[in-house]
Design a protein around this ligand. Structure first.
Ligand code: SF4
Ligand code: FE
Length: 484
């Protein structure tokens, strides 16, 4: 059965020889590094839950390629039911980790690459889909984490890839050989890259003919020669070096982003899925972005559940849970959180099969989902801080609580409702700080804004799909206007 345990997943990462840099140094053992390990733990949850009978239906699927039971994160959606289960699975994982668990980007990449390569083969007589499906079978059989790498560094945003002063600002083909291609460039903000076994590269935007060397999609092992990872630091990350676990807020789990540098990396032909067919780059970007905008309806509502729960907990610990304005704020937070989730479910329920048989979400509703996600978590976070009070930013450190001179004063003056300890109060305050200002805010807030495309990208898609003329016709007909 191709399902790994979480321990097997973590051990499998140790076998990869990756070049990882953090704080100016190459990290020998990144698996046990205090800043990196929580992100591995979060990704490992996708393995742990898949083996628990109560979550089997959400976390696993039957592969349409092999007929085997596989982890859902490696599946091609075969129905709207698959699309809905994906969102439910992501909400569950957000609830269990309180952060980004990273495995969705490759998952969304698989589904986008599958339908687009199918259409390329049909129209052009290429064999990209056959190659891709062979590759995906390998991923499914080995239960791998694959980083879906789309975002290029982009240089001067006014200029197309081929117009840039530095041609490496977008990942591109530098050489075509008999046995494969050589690529160069970098992908930025790569979620879970260091925790992945493989990298699936896709173009970052619609390419034109002049940019066809930039219309490239391929997969490579994450420790292939020429790849370097530079870890993206997060707000308050060095707290993970401190003694104790209270001040980090979420000691066990965290997200991860890195810059991946491709220094003349060789990719064999059997792992190349687009090589210059610029006319298909737009569809690939649009579908990948659509799937990832759906994803946020699941993962962000799951983390939202944790933040709403933390707000309810701190209200009880501080004795304000019966105040009507607090109840009203919790209801408002829930209303916004469920709005995000509802959009994720709606775009899934309205999904349709593509020509390859793989189901695609409704793109309009997925974009509406993500546009809500760029706003509502910030409003939910504001209400959580409102309920928590100023302590969320003024609480002394865990070390001060342990200090023999002043610890007793902190215990005394920060005691609130009797049945809770002062430590309970600190732990919840720190969790709210983590999710709204610290490491957790990377995933819950800024990633909600920019991940899967910044708000303007969703507005462009919504504008394109809205069909304002059709709406005008409806109005004109009712108003009795006759078009000439
Ligand atoms: Fe998955 Fe959400 Fe993280 Fe994207 S932000 S990888 S959808 S958990
Ligand atoms: Fe993301």
């Amino acid at each position: 059965m191709p399902l790994k345990t979480k321990e097997e997943y973590i051990e499998s990462l140790r076998r990869l020889k990756k070049k990882v840099y953090l704080f100016g140094k190459e990290i020998e053992n990144y698996v046990d590094h205090p800043i990196i390990r929580p992100s591995i733990n979060a990704c490992a949850m996708t393995y742990e839950l898949a083996l628990q009978p109560e979550y089997e239906e959400l976390l696993t699927a039957v592969s349409n390629l092999t007929g085997e039971k596989i982890n859902r994160f490696t599946h091609l959606h075969q129905s709207t039911d698959d699309l809905i289960k994906k969102v439910k699975m992501q909400r569950l994982l957000g609830q269990k980790t309180g952060c980004c668990f990273q495995r969705c980007v490759g998952f969304d990449g698989f589904n986008a690459v599958d339908s687009v390569t199918f259409e390329m083969d049909r129209d052009l007589g290429t064999e990209y889909n056959k190659r891709f499906r062979n590759y995906l079978k390998y991923v499914q059989e080995n239960d791998l984490v694959v980083d879906g790498a789309m975002t290029d560094t982009k240089g001067d945003r006014k200029l197309a890839p081929s117009e840039q002063k530095d041609p490496d600002q977008f990942v591109h083909i530098v050489e075509k050989k008999q046995d494969g291609i050589v690529v160069r460039g970098a992908k930025a903000h790569q979620t879970g890259a260091i925790n992945s076994h493989e990298i699936l590269v896709m173009p970052t935007q619609t390419m034109r003919e002049a940019d066809k060397d930039y219309a490239v999609s391929f997969a490579i092992p994450a420790d292939a020669d020429g790849i370097i990872y530079i870890y993206g630091r997060q707000s308050c990350d060095t707290r993970r070096f401190e003694e104790g676990d209270i001040d980090v807020g979420n000691a066990m789990y965290g997200g991860q982003e890195a810059l991946i540098v491709f220094n003349d990396v060789f990719v064999p032909w059997e792992r190349v899925f687009m090589c210059g067919e610029y006319q298909y780059s737009g569809a690939l970007v649009e579908r990948f972005a659509g799937y990832h905008r759906q994803s946020y309806g699941g993962c962000k509502s799951g983390v939202g559940d944790v933040l709403i729960g933390a707000a309810q907990a701190i209200a009880k610990i501080q004795g304000i849970e019966k105040a009507s304005h607090v109840k009203d704020k919790l209801i408002e937070m829930t209303h916004m959180n469920e709005t995000i989730y509802a959009c994720g479910i709606a775009c899934s329920a309205e999904g349709r099969p593509t020509d390859s048989g793989t189901y695609l979400i409704d793109l309009m509703l997925a974009n509406v989902c993500k546009l809500h996600v760029t706003q509502l978590p910030y409003l939910i976070a504001r209400l959580a801080q409102d309920i928590a009070g100023g302590l969320v930013v003024t609480l002394p450190s865990e070390q001060d609580f342990k200090n023999p001179e002043v610890g007793k004063y902190l215990e005394k003056y920060f005691k609130s409702v009797n049945i809770y300890s002062t430590e309970d109060r600190c732990r919840i305050q720190r969790l709210i700080e983590n999710l709204t200002l610290g490491m957790g805010a990377v995933g819950y807030l800024t990633e909600s804004l920019h991940g899967a495309g910044s708000p303007q990208a969703q507005k462009i898609m919504i504008g394109r799909l809205a069909n304002f003329e059709r709406k005008a016709e409806l109005a004109e007909e009712l108003a009795g206007i006759k078009r000439i």
